[in-house]
Each structure stands twice: as structure tokens, then as C-alpha cells.
Design a protein around this ligand. Structure first.
Ligand SMILES: NC(=O)c1ccc[n+]([C@@H]2O[C@H](COP(=O)([O-])OP(=O)(O)OC[C@H]3O[C@@H](n4cnc5c(N)ncnc54)[C@H](OP(=O)(O)O)[C@@H]3O)[C@@H](O)[C@H]2O)c1
Length: 309
């Protein structure tokens, strides 16, 4: 099978095209003929050595959509089924064939293309876990979402709106119309000095929940927009947030997606309330270009590799 792989973890430049023997599914695994592989900041992190203990050669790609080619004993899927799957942390998605654990795949949303489904796996799954499972977001509440135009944020804005909450986005000005089109009630530019005061003016008392997808200074400032006794959930694990005050509770978490969450995403997509956002689709032989774009940190929605179609 054709793959994009790194023999050593030396950054994006270490990714090369190559050939490897086709993998064989063990019990509980499906062999998926990959048609879409999402590209995310985590792929850049893996290639930079940010996740220790990774086996070499390393094939990036932690989220895929495709067609089941073969299944091991007890996998519970049949050849020909259209599925999407989380591969984290083993990777293997930038390839014509990938092994997926049966517990971490689900039937693709009927209304999504392979590229759309692949790009939803981690971004949508993390947004869902952050808002629903961790953030306990309820109808009528207000949630502020940083990096709202990115892969996680674009899904989070729509999922929050689907829950009956009021999502507010934080993004560069060029993304404001885009976010309002996804359902953001108001949008704020983190480059302006007084953007947190603008949130406070729009939501007297402060927002109920902050879903932080940006980290760093933007997150530390955004905490100032949370109401007394409100909640902060961050998905950026690299830098711990400032000390929380005013009774605000907070946590960071590493997403762990599985079949149940993928099924929840499929229901939202098929109901028309979650529209997967794909900025660019590139072929496998442009994997380095795709990774370089993601590393620039200004993706709108997702960048996805199209493979074998
Ligand atoms: N904990 C977990 O399990 C988990 C899961 C998934 C992702 N993550 C992490 O969460 C973060 C977001 O992931 P993602 O896939 O959504 O990333 P992404 O798609 O690359 O995010 C791109 C967005 O980040 C925004 N951005 C860049 N610099 C910013 C800044 N200084 N302040 C505010 N926003 C900024 C950009 O907004 P503008 O273009 O509008 O400026 C852009 O739309 C990444 O760090 C990723 O590694 C963690």
C-alpha cells in the first residue's frame, strides 16, 4: 500500500511517500480502505516528538473515513461498510489501508462525504466531549469558544447551538461571517486589546462556560469573560491556565473518542444540525503541504487528505 511516513521523528520535513506491506487485521480490528484522512495539529506534534514512545516508522493520521476491506474475529463490521474511525495514538491514517479498533469506529453519517466524515472524527468528538460530557452545557446557557474557526471550534459552535445554548466565537475578523453562518450569536477578535470587555458588554455578568481551544494568552484573557461560579474547559494541554478565581471551576482533558461519540456525531450530521467544515482537500502526495498549512494555525474548519479515489 502507498503511505506517507516518517522513518525518524524530525518534523514535517521527515514525511516521505513510500510503500509498506498491507496490514492484516487482528481480532477486534477492521482493515479500512482509507478515502479521507484528517490532518490536525496533533500530527504536527507527533512528528516533532511531542508524544514519546511512538513506534517507527511512523505513519501520521489519527482520523480516517473509508470502506471496511476485511475484519478480524469479533470486529462486528462487514466488508463494504462505510465507517469513520479514531486511530489515536497509533496513527496510520496517511495510507491506502489502516487498522482501526472496532470499539473506535462507527458507520459514517449518511449525509457526509469521506472527506467530511474524516475531518469530523477528532474535532467533532473533542467538541462534543468538551461541551456535553465535561462542560455540561445546558439549553439557555452562553458558551464562549476560543479558536472558534478551527477544526474543534467549528464543530463546537454548531454543537452548542444544537443543544439550545448560545455560542459566542473568538476569531480573526476574516472568520466572523463564517462563524455567524455556523450559528455564533456574536464574534470577537482576539487581536483587539479590549475584546474581553466587549464580551462582558454583550453578556452582562459573564458567560456560563468557556470552551478553550486556543490556550496561551487568549485563554488567560478569556477567563475574564466567565461569570462568577462559571466553568472553564480547555483542550490545550501544553500550558496550564492561570489560577482560577471568583469560584470558577476548570479542567483540561485529553479527548478519548469511541463508537458512542461517533454515533452521536452521526446523528447530529444526519439531522442537519452539524455541517462538517472542510477548508481544503489535498492528495496523499501533498501530505507535507497539508501538515505545513495546519502548522500555520489558521485553518478554517479542516484540511483533509483524499486517498485512493
Ligand atoms: N485535548 C485534546 O484531546 C485535543 C483534541 C483536539 C485538539 N486539541 C488541541 O486543541 C487546539 C485546537 O485544535 P484544532 O484542531 O481546532 O486546531 P486548528 O484547526 O489548527 O485551529 C486553528 C484556529 O486556531 C486559531 N488561532 C490561532 N492562533 C490563535 C490565538 N493566538 N488565539 C486564538 N485563536 C488562535 C485560528 O483562528 P483565526 O484564524 O481566526 O485567527 C484558527 O482558526 C490545538 O492546540 C490542538 O492540538 C486537543
Amino acid at each position: 500500500m502507498r503511505v506517507a511516513l516518517a522513518q525518524q521523528l524530525g518534523g514535517i520535513g521527515s514525511v516521505k511517500l513510500g510503500e509498506l506491506p498491507d496490514p492484516v487485521p487482528a481480532a477486534g480490528q477492521a482493515l479500512v480502505r482509507v478515502h479521507g484522512a484528517g490532518v490536525g495539529p496533533w500530527d504536527v506534534g507527533f512528528l516533532g516528538g511531542g508524544f514519546p514512545g511512538i513506534a517507527l516508522p511512523f505513519i501520521p493520521g489519527q482520523e480516517v473515513a473509508g470502506v471496511v476491506e476485511a475484519a478480524g474475529d469479533g470486529a462486528g463490521v462487514q466488508p463494504g461498510e462505510r465507517v469513520y474511525a479514531v486511530l489515536f495514538p497509533a496513527g496510520g491514517g496517511f495510507a491506502e489501508l489502516a487498522l482501526a479498533s472496532a470499539e473506535r469506529l462507527a458507520p459514517m453519517p449518511g449525509r457526509a462525504s469521506f472527506a467530511e466524515a474524516a475531518g469530523l472524527v477528532i474535532g467533532g468528538g473533542t467538541a462534543y466531549q468538551g461541551l456535553v460530557d465535561r462542560g455540561r452545557l445546558r439549553a439557555g446557557e452562553t458558551v464562549l469558544i476560543t479558536a472558534a474557526a478551527g477544526g474543534v471550534g467549528s464543530a463546537a459552535v454548531q454543537i452548542a447551538a444544537a443543544l439550545g445554548a448560545r455560542p459566542l466565537g473568538v476569531a480573526s475578523p476574516g472568520n466572523h461571517d463564517y462563524l455567524q453562518g455556523l450559528g455564533a450569536g456574536a464574534v470577537f477578535d482576539y487581536h483587539t486589546a479590549d475584546w474581553v470587555q466587549q464580551v462582558r458588554a454583550a453578556v452582562p455578568g459573564g458567560v456560563d462556560l468557556l470552551l478553550d481551544c486556543a490556550g496561551g494568552q487568549t485563554r488567560d484573557q478569556a477567563i475574564g469573560a466567565v461569570r462568577d461560579g462559571g466553568r472553564m474547559i480547555s483542550i490545550v494541554l501544553q500550558d496550564p491556565p492561570v489560577q482560577l478565581e471568583r469560584g470558577i471551576t476548570g479542567e483540561s482533558f485529553a479527548a478519548h473518542g469511541g463508537r458512542e461519540r461517533l454515533e452521536a456525531l452521526s446523528r447530529l450530521v444526519d439531522a442537519g444540525t452539524l455541517r462538517p467544515q472542510v477548508e481544503t482537500v489535498l492528495p496523499l502526495d501533498q501530505a507535507r503541504e497539508a501538515l505545513t498549512r495546519v502548522a500555520g494555525r489558521h485553518t478554517r474548519g479542516k484540511i483533509v487528505l483524499q486517498i485512493g479515489q
